[in-house]
Design a protein around this ligand. Structure first.
Ligand code: C2E
Ligand code: CA
Ligand code: CA
Ligand code: CA
Length: 278
C-alpha cells in the first residue's frame, strides 16, 4: 500500500499493486470487511436548483478501514467487480440504504427517494430482481422511493437490458442513467427502454458557465429530456456560476459539492432539519 495525499490510501487500484497482490487476498480482505461491517454509506443530496430543497439522496459506499481510514469506492469497487464480490457488497448497500430511508420516512422526514448505484455486473446477476423485490418488502420502503442508477454500459446488450429493466419497472422502482453522455452509446436505447432520469455527467457541467459548447450540450439534453418525459439531473455542481448556468438551461435538479458533499447519516439528518424546519 502506498500513501496518497490527504487521509486516504490507495492500495488496490494501480496496475502494479493489483497485479502483485493475489486476487484471492483482495477478495478475502473485502469479504472480511463485509463480514465485519466495515462498509458505510454516505448520502449526497439532489437539490432543486430553484428552491434549494432536497429532492432525493444518493447512497455512496465507503470502506471504513481500521488502519487505512476512509477508503473511497473507486479504490475497491473495480476489484469487487472483478472478483464478483460487488454482488454481496451491492446487496448490503441496497439493504442498508432502503432500511435507512424507510427509517427517515418513519421519523417524519420528507418522503424522499434513495438512489443506489448498480454496476453492470450487479445488474446482470440472475438473482438481482428478486433481491430488489425482497429488499423492498423487508424494509417496507415504498418502491417509488427507490431509484437504481445504471451506466450506459448496460446498453451493450439492449435486448437483455430491456427484459431486466421491465422486471424492475414492474416492481415500481425508478431507473436512472448515470454519467449520461460519456458511454459512447447510441441514443436509440432511450426509445426502447423504460428510463426515468438522465444524470448528466460532471464533465459537461464543469465548464458550463465558460464554454458555449458545454452549455449547448446541456441545453439540448434538457430539451430532449422534456420531449421524452425524462428527468434531468446535473452531476458535480461545484459553484454558484454553474448552478445559475444550469437554471438558464432549464435544468431543474443538481447534485454536487456546491450543495453538499456525501455525508454520513447523522449529518444528513441535520441537513433535513435545516431545509424543512422553518
Ligand atoms: P457516481 O455514481 O458517478 O457518483 C458521483 C461521484 O462524484 C461520487 O464519488 C461523489 O462523491 C462525487 N461528487 C459528487 N459531487 C461532486 C462534485 O461537486 N465534485 C466532485 N469532484 N465530485 C463530486 P464517490 O462517492 O467517490 O463514488 C465514485 C463512484 O463509485 C460512483 O460514481 C459510483 O460509480 C461508484 N460507487 C459508489 N458507491 C457505489 C455502490 O454502492 N455501488 C456501486 N456499484 N458503485 C458505487
Ligand atoms: Ca451515481
Ligand atoms: Ca455519475
Ligand atoms: Ca461517475
Amino acid at each position: 500500500a502506498k500513501q496518497e495525499g490527504g487521509n486516504c490510501y490507495r492500495f488496490y487500484d494501480s496496475a502494479q499493486d493489483g497485479a502483485n497482490a493475489s486476487k484471492l487476498n483482495i477478495e478475502n480482505d473485502l469479504r472480511k470487511a463485509l463480514d465485519k461491517g466495515e462498509f458505510i454509506i454516505h448520502y449526497q443530496p439532489k437539490v432543486d436548483l430553484c428552491s434549494g430543497e432536497i429532492t432525493g439522496l444518493e447512497a455512496l459506499v465507503r470502506w471504513q478501514h481500521p488502519e487505512r481510514g476512509l477508503v473511497p469506492p473507486l479504490e475497491f469497487i473495480p476489484v469487487a467487480e472483478e472478483t464478483g464480490l460487488i454482488v454481496p457488497l451491492g446487496k448490503w448497500v441496497l439493504e442498508e440504504a432502503c432500511r435507512q430511508m424507510k427509517q427517515w420516512h418513519e421519523r417524519g422526514y420528507a418522503k424522499l427517494g434513495i438512489a443506489v448505484n448498480f454496476s453492470s455486473r450487479q445488474f446482470r446477476d440472475k438473482n438481482m430482481v428478486s433481491h430488489v423485490a425482497r429488499t423492498l418488502q423487508l424494509s417496507g420502503l415504498d418502491p417509488e422511493c427507490l431509484e437504481i442508477e445504471l451506466t450506459e454500459s448496460i446498453m451493450q446488450n439492449v435486448k437483455e437490458s430491456l427484459v431486466i429493466l421491465s422486471e424492475l419497472k414492474q416492481l415500481g422502482v425508478h431507473i436512472s442513467i448515470d454519467d449520461f453522455g460519456t458511454g459512447y452509446s447510441s441514443l436509440s436505447y432511450l426509445k426502447h427502454l423504460p428510463i426515468d432520469t438522465l444524470k448528466v455527467d460532471k464533465s459537461f457541467v464543469d465548464d458550463i458557465a465558460l464554454s458555449p459548447k458545454d452549455e449547448a450540450i446541456i441545453r439540448t439534453i434538457v430539451d430532449m429530456g422534456n420531449h421524452l418525459q425524462l428527468n434531468i439531473v446535473a452531476e458535480g455542481v461545484e459553484n454558484k456560476q454553474q448552478a445559475q448556468a444550469l437554471m438558464a438551461c432549464r435544468c431543474k435538479i443538481g447534485q454536487g459539492y456546491y450543495f453538499s458533499k456525501p455525508l454520513p447519516h447523522n449529518e444528513v439528518e441535520l441537513l433535513f432539519r435545516n431545509v424543512y424546519l422553518n
